[in-house]
Design a protein around this ligand. Structure first.
Ligand SMILES: Cc1ncc(COP(=O)(O)O)c(C=O)c1O
Length: 399
């Protein structure tokens, strides 16, 4: 289906105001929780000071920012000074990768990452390799999307300064053996970063040290917090080179006036939804198991990811003889919001680099459907999709 045809059919779908909306795209984003919103509201009105101002209006904002930092630190189990508030997952990843690679460039120029990272990580490594003379090893994954610890062990070199492997993959939901990877790096005194954007709110969280990481990226809008805010945990006394300049904010690690309403919302979402994950595994696992069984039964559909090490909310599959755009359109017309992988590539027909890394062909990597459920999804919604899916796939494949 052409882009124009897709747009027309999507528009028709919207105009027809399809009878229902079934939102199965929680790995892209989640709605703001009403209680989080309520806590943010005063910060859009009464508390409007700049935390860097020395007068009493500014000092009040500063005190509330400090409280928020302490609140985050209490949930994460770290010091307040180990948290840098950012504009979200992308910025946290950029600061982690650029900031540490450049900080340690005189010590070594070899970096390691995986072949399934989000572009907010992988494009940083690409840039460092292309423009700044670093050498980058991209670890392969097995057919389920997992990095092997032995592959990392073999890839480590005396000049390796940074390893970055995500905690859970946004496209497949595959969970990585992050604690083991981190322990290996620590043993070898090499910095370890994990993009844990898809972990928080979904998987068990005791404290930040469980990842054995020196740097951890977090983002609020994946667990019912506001968009445009997140944090980078930095194990003390690490002080990466800044990537933005213009002020001494965040202990000189991230210049720019702090987005206090968003930080307050992020803190509230962390407090409410992380220690007890807001994505309830006991409810979501049976729902996605049902979806998985339907996918398994559909001709031409192939589950992609790990059945064993998978986020309970995520099921991804490729479809033979179809493409993602047609699949997304067919689902959207029925009111079902799904994704062809990373939201950033939605609408374009770029093959998913994650699928390619899992061993899919280019055609298969262009025909990915990701279903990611959330706390408000019901068994009835899942049944609707299970009934629809075989027909939709036949239709899109022209069978
Ligand atoms: C694994 C992962 N990392 C980073 C990001 C980027 O986060 P943000 O949207 O906050 O910039 C995303 C968002 O999809 C993600 O899934």
């Amino acid at each position: 289906m052409s882009g124009l045809r897709f747009a027309q059919r999507t528009a028709q779908g919207l105009l027809a105001e399809s009878v229902r909306t079934i939102y199965f795209d929680h790995n892209a984003t989640t709605p703001l929780d009403p209680q989080v919103r309520a806590v943010m509201l005063p910060f859009l009105d009464e508390v409007w000071g700049n935390p860097s101002s020395v007068h009493h209006i500014g000092r009040r904002a500063r005190a509330l920012l400090d409280d928020a930092r302490d609140g985050c630190a209490a949930v994460l189990g770290c010091k307040g000074s180990e948290i840098v508030f950012t504009s979200g997952g992308t910025e946290s990843n950029n600061l982690a990768v650029f900031g540490t690679a450049r900080l340690l460039r005189d010590k070594g120029r070899h970096l390691i990452t995986s072949s399934v990272e989000h572009h907010a990580v992988s494009h940083c490594f690409d840039y460092l390799e292309r423009k700044e003379g670093f050498s980058v090893t991209r670890l392969p994954v097995d057919a389920t999307g997992r990095v092997r610890v032995d592959d990392l062990r073999r890839a480590l070199r005396p000049d390796t300064t940074l390893v970055s492997v995500m905690a859970a993959n946004n496209e497949t939901g595959t969970v990585q053996p992050v604690a083991e990877l981190g322990a290996l790096c620590r043993e070898r005194r090499i910095l370890f970063h994990t993009d844990a954007v898809q972990w928080f709110g979904k998987e068990p969280f005791a404290n930040i040290h469980q990842f054995n990481a020196d740097l951890v990226s977090i983002c609020a809008h994946k667990f019912h917090g506001p968009k445009g805010v997140g944090a980078l945990y930095l194990r003390s006394p690490l002080h990466p080179d800044p990537v933005q300049f213009g002020g001494a904010h965040e202990h000189e690690r991230r210049a720019g006036t702090e987005n206090l309403p968003a930080i307050i919302g992020f803190t509230e979402a962390l407090k409410r939804f992380v220690r007890v994950p807001v994505f309830p595994r006991n409810i979501l696992a049976p729902l996605t198991t049902r979806l998985l069984a339907t996918v398994d039964a559909c001709e031409g559909a192939h589950f992609r990811g790990s059945r064993e090490h998978r986020l309970a909310n995520t099921v991804s599959f490729t479809v033979e003889g179809a493409d993602s755009i047609a699949l997304m359109a067919a689902l959207d017309i029925e009111g079902v919001c799904a994704s062809s992988g990373s939201a950033c590539t939605a609408g374009s027909l770029e093959p998913s680099h994650v699928m390619l890394a899992l061993g899919a062909s280019v055609a298969e990597a262009n025909a990915l459907v990701r279903l990611s459920l959330g706390r408000d999804n019901t068994a009835a919604e899942v049944e609707i999709l299970c009934t629809l899916l075989p027909r939709l796939l036949r239709q899109v494949r022209g069978k």
